[in-house]
Write a protein that binds this ligand. Structure first.
Ligand code: F6P
Ligand code: MN
Length: 354
């Protein structure tokens, strides 16, 4: 295959060195964190690409038997390897005060003698990992926050990470699909990079990504429909009614079961994603995790001109009470997300949930 990188196409390091968002303090540190995260994503991508040949598919067997993470989910071997790779590639950079991961119950402290910095990194090292064994797209999600001044230099605590999504200084995801891509929300803009496997470099292929305002495609796990709130049932019923219903147009539906893959589809061709709060398990107010799933994806979506919501309020204004808190998530094309918010506002008042 010919090497067809165009002279005008920037690699990730070139892109980061020319971007200096106005008003962003410590840009050197932020771009170094992004570079280190991108290295982890390259390593994870390589591990995944070997599939069954690499001996890394299947469940993780801890010494004491099967391993269950803090979410109560069975860990895949690649969940554990990706988590370790992400920590390994980012903790020695000197920019981080601490980290939090979907796979770790407590925050990860930067060990001595490594230098500690002023930022916090939160990540889901392998999102959608149940798709690994069926060779379907998975991803990595990350979010960068400033560490509260009081804990720079000392150990970080759970409370340091409980910041609103608006406080993120940057976020992004990698998608390991037919090609590996890195999509970054930095400086109020969203840019997509494709991994050139021959050079081992991410190359800017999708500058200033924008989400279409209108759409006729929705994504929801309909097997949960009996647990939905009334506004969600109304919205989906109207989509299913198509041309002859209240919406007067036909809709298409997709469900991959991998948040990163659904996000990428919506960035590329519009759509709305719904994983609402429901009554399936009242101890879990939603499926997805606020700090390292819905906040970073929310920042990408908002900076790409879409809307990210809990269903009732902007996702980036939601406050976390704990590190692994779950929340309802509705995002994508602005007009559809706003419609779902309106349905919540009108129906919730008349017909309270729970
Ligand atoms: O991280 C959780 C996750 O795997 C997401 O990637 C995905 O959107 C969702 O769960 C799939 O949920 P379900 O198993 O209900 O389809
Ligand atoms: Mn996930």
């Amino acid at each position: 295959m010919p090497l067809n990188i165009q002279a005008h196409q920037q690699t990730l390091p070139q892109f980061l060195s020319t971007l200096e968002p106005a008003g962003t303090r410590d840009w050197g540190d932020i771009s170094a964190i992004v570079m280190n995260a991108s290295r982890a994503c390259k390593a994870i991508s390589l591990g995944i690409a070997y599939g069954a040949l690499g001996g890394v598919t299947g469940d993780y067997q801890a010494e004491a038997g099967q391993s269950i993470n803090v979410q109560g989910e069975t860990q895949k071997k690649l969940d554990v390897l990706s988590n370790n790779m992400f920590i390994h590639c980012t903790e020695s950079g000197g920019q981080l005060a601490g980290m939090a991961s979907e796979e770790l119950t407590l925050p990860h402290q930067i060990p001595a003698p490594l230098k500690r910095g002023r930022f916090l990194l939160l990540f889901d090292p392998l999102d959608g990992s149940s798709n690994i064994d069926i060779n379907t797209s998975v991803g990595t999600i990350f979010s960068i926050l400033r560490c509260p001044e009081s804990h720079v230099d000392g150990d970080v605590s759970e409370a340091d990470f409980l910041q609103e999504g608006h406080a993120q200084v940057g976020a992004g995801y990698a998608i390991y699909g037919p090609s590996t891509m890195l999509v970054l929300a930095l400086g109020q803009d969203v840019n997509g990079f494709t991994l050139d496997p021959r050079m081992g470099e991410f190359v800017l292929t999708h500058p200033s990504m924008r989400i279409a305002t209108e759409t006729q495609e929705f994504a929801i796990n309909a097997s949960n429909s009996r647990f939905w709130e009334a506004p969600i049932s109304r919205y989906v019923d109207e989509c299913l009614a198509g041309k002859s219903g209240a919406r007067g147009k036909d809709f298409n539906m997709r469900w991959i079961g991998s948040l990163v893959a659904e996000t990428h589809r919506i960035l590329m061709r519009g759509g709305v994603f719904i994983y609402p709060r429901d009554t399936k398990d009242l101890s879990k107010p939603g499926r997805l995790r606020l700090l390292y799933e819905t906040n970073p994806i929310g920042l990408v979506v908002e900076w790409a001109g879409g809307r990210a919501s809990t269903g009732e309020m902007p996702m980036l204004q939601a406050t976390a009470k704990s590190l692994h808190q779950r929340i309802g998530f509705v995002f994508g094309s602005r007009s559809e997300v706003e419609r779902i918010e309106r349905y919540h506002a009108t129906i919730s008042a008349a017909e309270p949930f729970l």
